[in-house]
Design a protein around this ligand. Structure first.
Ligand code: B12
Length: 438
């Protein structure tokens, strides 16, 4: 081929790339480095730390964790199946893992090419269906009330049942359709990109599986609506919403067979922005990494409808296009220097309001600041373990009530994009903990 031919070929392939949702090529070393972050978590198999999202992320990615994968799935089964079988009445179930986690566990089973079958499978399916019915009732006939838990977990549960080819009633799907059609995934005036993307993934699965044929046209339209809304959130750097909502948004956008220049260009830009962050070692949170890994492998949760069951796992590292993870020689830790920084901690939502200057080593997390304040300056707080890390539940003895939460802000009014374990305040910052409704 002459040089003009080569140029035309290149332009042609770039053109083809830019009208469907694809991201730029990712260097396998970068993917491996990110996968490495999951290994220490896979060694923690205490009930609290087990996270089905890790397993799903790995199985939809080009990295493999060898024998640890099978062992991890086994631990997940022990945890969740014990819970499912032990849960006979809805009262029992209050102390059990949240339904969204059971949904993620179902995704993990499917990622291992298993269907929810038999006594245990049936229990799992009926629990999720019951959860969806309860949520549907909470939303109410006129769609004006809120689900008890969240639309995010509502969408996730429909998705999980769908990849197992389990049909939910049209009335259940209609609530999620209505939410997308009527902008109900907004919070404090901003679209929750993750919630919209999760709904989109559920619809994409339903559309492909044709489980609710009566709603087919409405589902197709809702997918387009969700795509349009997410595209509108793209920032000048390229993220959908912001850096941490881009991975799930991309998973959803990648499911679209639509050929559209705006979509193609937006995805390339979002992918390039994520890669720049990756090169800068930007992702530490295990949930985020496990959501991003499939994207880097051009996959999404919808691929769990028919996962690749032929490809060998945990085989030699020479498998074409795959990387078998080995523990890194040195696990990078948070860089803490001998410099000391000054952070002001402010809690106006309690009486008397709390305000104190705390000195911590540079590089400390917000959690370190809270600990120091608790140790030395009369501050108290409580957390609960979640799949995203420690979630702040109470401050100065005040527990967040139903539909309330302790919001993390940098003064005067910037919402933090990370939780207490990951956010590292800068010298001179004021951090506010504010009790708000959501
Ligand atoms: C719904 C939701 C909320 C709800 C949770 C209440 C509820 N009943 O669901 C509300 C609005 C209260 C909320 C608050 C916050 N959220 Co939020 N939230 C979500 C969302 C959309 C779904 C979570 C979920 O159901 N997961 C599925 C279930 C199965 O997993 P789970 O572990 O059992 O779920 C629990 C935790 O996720 C926890 N949770 C929710 N948000 C956060 C944030 C952090 C940092 C932690 C540790 C836990 C946590 O609430 C869930 C229900 O109990 C996720 C999006 C996502 N991709 O995960 C963002 C997400 C987890 N939230 C995020 C953030 C930043 C926050 C806040 C820190 C915002 C702020 N500035 O205050 C606060 C948490 C502050 C605190 N007190 O510690 C980020 C975390 C990014 C990161 N780097 O890790 C995410 C990923 C959104 C995003 N793309 O930016 N959130």
């Amino acid at each position: 081929m002459g040089s003009l031919g080569a140029l035309l070929f290149l332009l042609g392939s770039l053109g083809a790339l830019a009208d469907v949702c694809e991201i730029p090529h990712v260097d396998s070393q970068l993917v491996e480095r990110m996968g490495q972050h999951l290994l220490p978590w896979m060694n923690q198999i205490s009930q609290e730390q087990l996270n089905p999202s890790i397993y799903v992320g790995l199985r939809l990615s080009s990295v493999q964790a060898g024998d640890m994968e099978a062992f991890y799935l086994h631990s997940l089964k022990l945890k969740y199946q014990q819970n499912i079988l032990g849960c006979t009445s809805s009262d029992d179930c209050k102390t059990k893992p949240p339904m969204g986690q059971l949904a993620l566990y179902m995704l993990a089973l499917r990622a291992n090419c298993e269907f929810a079958r038999g006594h245990k499978g049936d229990r799992l399916v009926s629990q999720l269906k019951r959860f969806l019915e309860d949520e549907k009732k909470a939303i109410g006939h006129n769609h004006k009330d809120y689900p008890y838990v969240s639309y995010y977990q509502y969408g996730l549960s429909i998705l999980a049942l769908c990849v197992h080819q389990k049909r939910v009633h049209d009335s259940v799907v209609k609530k999620l359709l209505y939410a997308v059609e009527h902008d109900q995934h907004f919070y404090q005036g901003t679209l929750s990109v993750d919630t919209e993307a999760m709904a989109g993934l559920a619809f994409a699965c339903l559309e492909r599986s044709n489980l609710n044929p009566n709603l087919r046209n409405r589902i197709t339209l809702a997918i387009r609506t969700a795509i349009g809304k997410i595209l509108k959130t793209q920032t000048s750097e390229g993220h959908f919403g912001h850096v941490y909502s881009s991975p799930l948004a991309l998973q959803f956008l990648m499911t679209s067979p639509m050929r559209d220049m705006e979509l193609g260009t937006a995805c390339l830009k979002a992918g390039a922005a994520l890669l720049a962050i990756l090169k800068d070692r930007g992702f530490q949170n295990v949930l985020m990494i496990s959501t991003l890994l499939p994207v880097l492998n051009h996959k999404s949760y919808v691929d769990l409808i028919s996962p690749d069951c032929q490809a060998p796992r945990a085989a030699p590292s020479s498998l074409l296009g795959t990387v078998v993870l080995e523990p890194a020689m040195e696990i990078p830790s948070q860089t803490q220097s001998s410099d000391v920084i000054r952070v002001t901690l402010k809690v106006p939502s309690v009486l008397p309001p709390y305000r104190h200057v705390i000195f911590v080593p540079a590089g400390s997390s917000l959690e370190d600041v809270l600990k120091k304040a608790q140790e030395l300056w009369g501050f108290t707080y409580g957390t609960k373990a979640t799949l995203s890390g420690p979630y702040l539940t109470s401050v100065m003895g005040k527990e967040a009530g139903e539909r309330e939460f302790w919001q993390l802000l940098r003064a005067p009014d910037t919402r933090l994009l990370q939780g207490i374990a990951e956010y590292t305040p800068k010298d001179g910052e004021t951090i506010e903990l504010r009790l708000v409704s959501w």
